[in-house]
Design a protein around this ligand. Structure first.
Ligand code: GLA
Length: 398
């Protein structure tokens, strides 16, 4: 979305905020979802990732409630409203108290803002007063495009500014990861928040998850007549379920057996023969995926965007066969896109559902879309949602 579109959207949200809460918000903040170009299940292994922030975002209008203006009892209450209720109708409302906030104490989408407040208190020593918040989002929920991280990052950016905390992007990434891990209960890594915070229009974020050193690598899609097509299988996944944490444990087991603190430290050419068969495949994926990220970065630095296609497809095969986090719908999306001429395709995000991405020539878009839809009909799968995305700027005040 362009800056003008974001401003119009923020103005509309601020007006709605005034209708809901009877006063103007202090401001409006935006944080995007992400697509991971490559580097899957490498972040929690201290490895490399290459995601980009997308032109679909969460937007929050926020007003701090100054104790003087509030009756005592209301001073530490956070009131929340969201314009995208699950049933698509009306406002979804929630509230929680900041005092005594504990994991499991807040359910549904309100857990994301609550988790950020919890993390700010515990990680940044911030004393957060009650506030009112109105949320809107264009990041599809459950599609593996980090809709929840977008909400967390938008709330963290708003409170960081309003409370003058002065937190930088890496600190906010750690903080929102803490919210997700300790409050929401999903043992996820640091990639999604980092992309949402540090993304740059027209580029992908090459991130070293050990140091959080980052570099924006150009991703000039339009200049090369290319597009990234998202195929949301609409198979809903949750990283609080067992599959994700089982993969994490397997990687930790592998690192321990190889005598290194994390899989990032496995020396090149190390033998994996001592590992049991399943652990060996998990480790093999992570080591090869880190290499593929470096190769993709090299291709992009050389302006060879078309050249990354095969690496994307190889990543999918490794996630499907060695890491086993794909599913029939994701495999079909990838296979159908490739058969219709995509230059490369892979699942993106944690897997077990969610979305695949295909790197396609602009001229092939209609053909690839039609082929994917037809393949899903033929298999009797639910109709996927298809849309293109562009690398966009990370979070900030609108
Ligand atoms: C999810 C997690 C990320 C990352 C990916 C897999 O998106 O939130 O931290 O682990 O899965 O690459």
């Amino acid at each position: 979305m362009s800056a003008t579109t974001n401003t119009l959207w923020a103005d509309a949200l601020a007006r709605r905020f005034a209708e809901v809460y009877g006063t103007e918000p202090d401001g409006v903040w935006r944080a995007p979802g992400r697509v991971n170009l490559i580097g899957e299940h490498t972040d929690y292994n201290n490895g490399f990732v290459l995601p980009f922030a997308i032109d679909r975002s969460a937007l929050v209008a926020v007003r701090l409630r100054t104790p003087a203006s509030e009756p005592e009892a209301e001073a530490d209450v956070v009131r929340l409203a969201s314009t995208f209720a699950p049933d698509g109708a009306g406002l979804s409302r929630a509230q929680f108290r900041i005092g005594g906030l504990e994991p499991d104490g807040v359910g549904g989408w309100a857990a994301y803002p609550a988790g950020v407040v919890y993390a700010l208190a515990r990680q940044a020593g911030a004393s957060v007063p009650g506030f009112d918040l109105l949320l809107d989002s264009t990041v599809p929920v459950g599609a593996g495009l980090s809709s929840s991280h977008a909400v967390e990052v938008a709330v963290a950016a708003a409170l960081n500014d309003l409370l003058g905390l002065g937190l930088g992007a890496p600190e906010m990434a750690h903080l929102t990861q803490y919210a997700e891990n300790e409050f929401v209960g999903a043992p996820t890594g640091i990639m999604d928040q980092s992309a949402s915070l540090m993304g740059k229009e027209g580029g992908a974020l090459f991130l070293d998850c050990r140091s959080l050193d980052s570099e924006t690598v150009p991703l000039p899609l339009a200049e090369h007549g290319l597009q990234v097509l998202v195929i949301d299988t609409r198979v809903v996944h949750s990283h609080a379920d067992g599959g994700y944490s089982a993969r994490r444990s397997a990687c930790e087991r592998g690192a321990a057996a190889l005598g290194v603190p994390s899989l990032r430290e496995v020396p090149a050419g190390a033998s994996l023969d001592g590992l049991d068969e399943e652990t060996r495949r998990r480790v093999r994926h992570v080591l090869a995926e880190n290499e593929r990220v470096l190769q993709v970065v090299e291709q992009l630095r050389a302006d060879n965007v078309v050249g990354i296609g095969n690496l994307l497809t190889a990543s999918h095969a490794s996630l499907r066969d060695d890491f086993e986090v794909s599913c029939p719908e994701l495999d079909l999306a990838v296979d159908a896109a490739l058969a219709a001429g995509a230059l490369g395709a892979r699942m993106t995000g944690g897997g077990f559902g969610g979305s695949a991405i295909a790197l396609i020539r602009q001229d092939d878009e209609e053909r690839v879309r039609a082929a994917v839809l037809a393949a899903f009909v033929e298999k009797g799968f639910r109709e996927p949602a298809l849309f293109t995305v562009l690398p966009a700027d990370g979070a900030g005040r609108v």
